[in-house]
Write a protein that binds this ligand. Sequence first.
Ligand SMILES: [Zn+2]
Length: 68
Amino acid sequence: MMENPVRNIHCNHVYEKETTLALIKQKKRKGIRCPYLGCQNKTPLAPQDLLEALDFKREIAKRKQSEL
Ligand SMILES: [Zn+2]
């Protein structure tokens, strides 16, 4: 379950923010591509390309509520 979902502006894939930022830092020299299998986006991940996925956040909040 994601806490801080962010969306890649290049391919619209959504990741967990903390995990992805940590990965970007780790692989700084080579860069990393979108980890989604079969994604056509070849642009290396960069923190400025990740925007908060508000719709995803809303979905998570909704799901959490329905679990109560
Ligand atoms: Zn992607």
